[in-house]
Design a protein around this ligand. Structure first.
Ligand code: PEP
Ligand code: MG
Length: 906
């Protein structure tokens, strides 16, 4: 039996059975659009009769070198018969013609990226028949000229402009402003002229055979899966290339049949803010493309209540039903034909990050979805976007006062951006990619061909179009700040300038735009980071994420203010305080240098005694900020030369002094230079640093441990709950720990005794950042009370890639060439570094079952790496304070995907 390639909208049950019952499977097979047309039919929503050719058919067609798979066309013809029965019309029959649209639709929506052809079935004969039936010659001629134009451009590949020029010059000659000003006879003339365009470009006539039209349109849709813009979009959206598109053949219904007809698009909630109110536009006496193209000014959907009250009420009922059914905000397209409402499409609506969060939280409150669903709907990237820079109100006020306001349009996609203006997608992309510029793409309006430029841009401005225009939809989806319909801007594409509000901006000059207010400014404005505390819905969502997650999220913070921010962002501990950062402060550095250069123990100790109070107050501030939570303090890690003046600069100074014959201070400088040269190492990252330095020069860490425990005791005595954890970096063998740790523990105990503190829970542990430590973790865990993976160094040492140099030269090429899937310094290398981690956790816990395990390398804030940390059995991940909210969500996603259990097969 040949395979079933075609499903009627009434056969969605069969499609579901074929894919084993999963809705995801149905979407994969019929495409999102086809699946939803079937589903709407199943739940009794009025959908024009039709059928879907599957994505499997598309893939088979493309794989066979553009040949329909066996049986597909026959099945389409059989389905067409059923559609004819349901609609009471006949395809190609002049007496009562059935017209159809041929629509693309992949599993994941790719708005405007692939092709669609309307009014298939019209030819010279059926057009005559339609005129007889409808008594509306203007409407029929309009539909026919649209078919010739769409078919010409989409199926036959003739540039749009060839048709637009003909139309525009005709309109100009006639003095017609809008398409609706054209009469039936004008449109008849257009049909003839458009046909001539086809003939001129292709050398053959526009096909009159309706079946030929359907066949060619189906092929064109299949091909559009591999069009440039579809491929660009898939790359950015992370959609696989092998999914293919389905083709839905849908009975045409007409919104341009008179003033009791119309068409529109709507979102069931506001896609910008998430507010629960219908958001959309419609046009009376128009066809769908008129709304999307923004050629005529649309009306707000609420006005439909007075224009077409019955259809409006039915529309509101149906959209409520659809939201309840899909339990998500819907993006719908509809047409009213002579008072009768038809739903042409429903899909989960694209929305901004803020709207995503608000809708998810609201829907939990409305009992539509569970907290788990709400958390799983929001992506880490969306949370990230909500923490992205914005212009604050004051900056914008000041800019306005200074006369920098250039234009105002529709606030289509929030976020602030500044950059250099470019007026076409190719230049915008080139300037962003090759010249590394911050780019703002400015266009009259955008089309799917412009997507590559839009994705490369930091912001988008259009002078035409509305909140559901192409520019707005694409920008919102990818979180690119965008202002549309800024109609006071006049763009001169020839001269490469734009003007508004008395100002002229040339290509390459700077502007700033605020996607939240729709304002565009001349010049570069300063951005500020949004306040998480004010984002109530996000805070609620993240609290749910914490309930779901097993992994805790801690933060890397060196100063009390960072710790406070981390805590406000939801961190449950400090996973890494890099103590050496405190040594770099201006008033401390000379003492640190004196300590390093000391020739005797006494001189060194004296300098350290000066540093101790500084360190003690640093740690006290951290403990205070993290009251009740653990704070991991890492003992000094970097090579000593990092604290010393730059050798080359010092040398230059010495030479200069000698040349000028200056003697004052010369001897000191010369001595310093000799000392620095004495410290020189060829590979300092692998030299005297970390625990090695502590063993070589124990006085520094002895001072640090004293400072930690004095601060801990002082804070404890004030009633703060302090949980210090002392972390020894760069351990390679347990012998190192056996040498240093007991000395440090002795100091801790001594301080506790001195301060009279009886109860203080503290730990001594180590970083696992050298492969040998991971491999011998069983031995190390006998001494270390906790592990923290320093995956920056562990990645460096596992690959043997210098973390300071690799990204500068070969690493990016490695990723481009596919030698590495991802940059391993950003996303944890599961196959190598990850296996070392797994080994370390298993062996460590075999010796010390309650061993606390965390990660404090950069990977601790990366969602993919966080998932791995969940799988490997970490207790927490630690990342920069700004990444804490994203990490909390990622930790919840990992638990939702893999369960909360500790032991996992990797
Ligand atoms: C690490 O190596 O992952 C780490 C956190 O330490 P640092 O980056 O300070 O070397
Ligand atoms: Mg390190």
């Amino acid at each position: 039996m040949t395979k079933k390639w075609v499903y009627l909208f009434t056969e969605v049950d069969q499609a579901e059975a074929y894919v084993g019952g999963s809705w995801d499977g149905v979407r994969g097979l019929m495409g999102g659009k086809g699946a939803n047309l079937g589903e709407m039919t199943r739940i009794g929503v009025p959908v024009p009769p039709g059928f879907t050719v599957t994505t499997e058919a598309c893939n088979a067609y493309l794989a066979a070198g553009d040949k329909f798979p066996e049986g597909m066309w026959d099945q389409m013809m059989a389905a067409l018969k059923e559609v004819e029965k349901a609609s009471g019309k006949k395809f190609g029959d002049p007496a009562n013609p059935l017209l159809v649209s041929c629509r693309s639709g992949a599993k994941f929506s790719m708005p405007g990226m692939m092709d669609t052809v309307l009014n298939i079935g019209l030819n010279d004969e059926t057009a005559k028949g339609m005129i007889q039936l409808t008594k509306n010659e203007r409407f029929v001629n309009d539909s026919y000229r649209r078919l010739v134009m769409m078919f010409g451009s989409v199926v036959l590949g003739i540039p749009d402009e060839a048709f637009e020029e003909v139309l525009d010059s005709y309109k100009a000659a006639k003095g017609a402003k809008l398409d609706t000003d054209l009469t039936a006879d004008d449109l008849k003339e257009m049909i003839a002229r458009f046909k001539a365009v086809v003939k001129n470009h292709k050398g053959f006539d526009f096909p009159q055979d309706p079946f030929e039209q359907m066949r060619l349109a189906t092929e064109a849709v299949f091909h559009s899966w591999n069009g440039k813009r579809a491929i660009d979009y898939r790359r950015k959206a992370g959609i696989r290339d092998d999914l293919g598109t389905a083709v839905s053949i849908v009975t045409m219904v007409f919104g341009n049949m008179g003033w009791d007809s119309g068409t529109g698009v709507a979102f069931t909630r506001d896609p910008s803010t998430g507010e629960k109110k219908m958001f959309g536009e419609y046009l009376l006496n128009a066809q769908g493309e008129d709304v999307v193209a923004g050629i005529r000014n649309t009306e707000k959907i609420a006005n439909m209540a007075k224009d077409l009250p019955e259809a409006y009420n039915q529309f509101m009922d149906i959209t409520r039903k659809l939201e309840l059914h899909y339990r998500n905000m819907q993006d719908v397209e509809f047409t009213i034909e002579r008072g009768r409402l038809w739903m042409l499409q429903t899909r989960d609506g694209k929305r901004t990050a803020a709207a995503e969060v608000k809708i998810a939280v609201d829907m939990v409150d409305e009992d539509l979805i569970t907290k788990e669903t709400a958390v799983s709907r929001v992506t880490p990237e969306q949370v990230d976007a909500l923490l992205h820079p914005q212009f604050d109100a004051k900056t914008m006020d000041e800019a306005e006062k200074k006369g920098q306001l250039f234009a105002k349009g529709v606030n289509a996609s929030p976020g602030a951006a500044s950059g250099q203006v470019y007026f076409d997608a190719d230049t915008a992309e080139r300037m962003a990619k090759e010249h590394k510029q911050a780019v703002i793409m400015v266009r009259p309006f955008t089309k799917p061909d412009d997507v590559h430029g839009m994705l490369a841009a930091k912001g988008i401005v259009t002078s035409e179009g509305g909140a559901t225009s192409h520019a707005a939809v694409v920008a919102r989806q990818f979180g690119v700040p965008c202002v549309v319909g800024a109609s006071m801007i006049t763009i001169d594409l020839e001269k490469r300038v734009m003007t508004a509000n008395g100002a002229l901006i040339k290509e390459g000059e700077w502007i700033s735009l605020d996607g939240a207010t729709g304002k565009v400014f001349v010049g570069e404005l300063k951005t500020s980071v949004p306040n998480l505390e004010e984002q109530k819905e996000l805070l609620t969502l993240l609290t749910w994420a914490d309930e779901i997650a097993r992994l805790q999220v801690w933060a890397n913070a060196d100063y009390p203010k960072d710790a406070r921010r981390a805590r406000a962002f939801g961190a449950k501990g400090i996973g890494l305080c890099r103590t050496e950062h405190m040594f770099f402060e201006t008033e401390r550095l000379p003492t640190v240098q004196r300590m390093i250069l000391a020739k005797t123990h006494e001189v060194r100790q004296e300098a350290l005694n000066e540093l101790l109070p500084f360190q003690r107050s640093d740690f006290a501030g951290l403990f205070n900020a993290m009251d009740g939570y653990p704070v991991i303090i890492r003992l000094i890690d970097p090579p000593l030369h990092e604290f010393m003046p730059d050798e080359e600069k010092l040398f230059e100074e010495v030479v200069e002094m000698r040349v000028r014959g200056e003697t004052k201070g010369l001897a000191e400088k010369e001595n310093l230079l000799t000392a620095i040269r004495g410290m020189h190492e060829s590979n300092p990252m692998m030299g005297l640093r970390g625990v090695r330095l502590s063993i070589y020069m124990p006085e520094i860490v002895e001072m640090q441990v004293r400072a930690i425990f004095e601060a801990a005791c002082d804070e404890t005595l004030k009633g703060i709950v302090v949980k210090p954890e002392v972390m020894i970096p760069l351990t390679g063998t347990v012998k190192e720990l056996e040498w240093i740790q007991p000395r440090l523990v002795r100091i801790a105990k001594q301080v506790l005794e001195e301060k009279g503190v009886k109860e203080l829970s503290y730990k001594f542990g180590t970083m696992i950042e050298i492969p040998r430590a991971a491999v011998t973790a069983g031995e190390i865990a006998k001494v270390a009370e906790f592990f923290s993976f320093g995956t920056n160094d562990l990645t460096q040492m596992t690959f043997g890639y210098s973390r300071d140099d690799a990204e500068r030269n070969f690493l990016i090429k490695y990723v481009e060439e596919g030698i590495l899937e991802k940059n391993p310094f950003q996303t944890l290398d599961r196959g190598g570094v990850g296996r070392l981690m797994q080994m370390a956790v298993t062996e460590g816990r075999a010796v010390r079952p309650a061993l606390e395990v965390g990660i404090c390398g950069e990977h601790g804030g990366d969602p993919n790496s966080i998932e791995f940390c969940h799988l490997v059995g970490n207790n927490y991940v630690s990342c920069s304070p700004f990444r804490v909210p994203v990490a909390r969500l990622a930790a919840a996603h990992a638990a939702l995907k893999h369960g909360k259990g500790l032991t996992q097969d990797l």
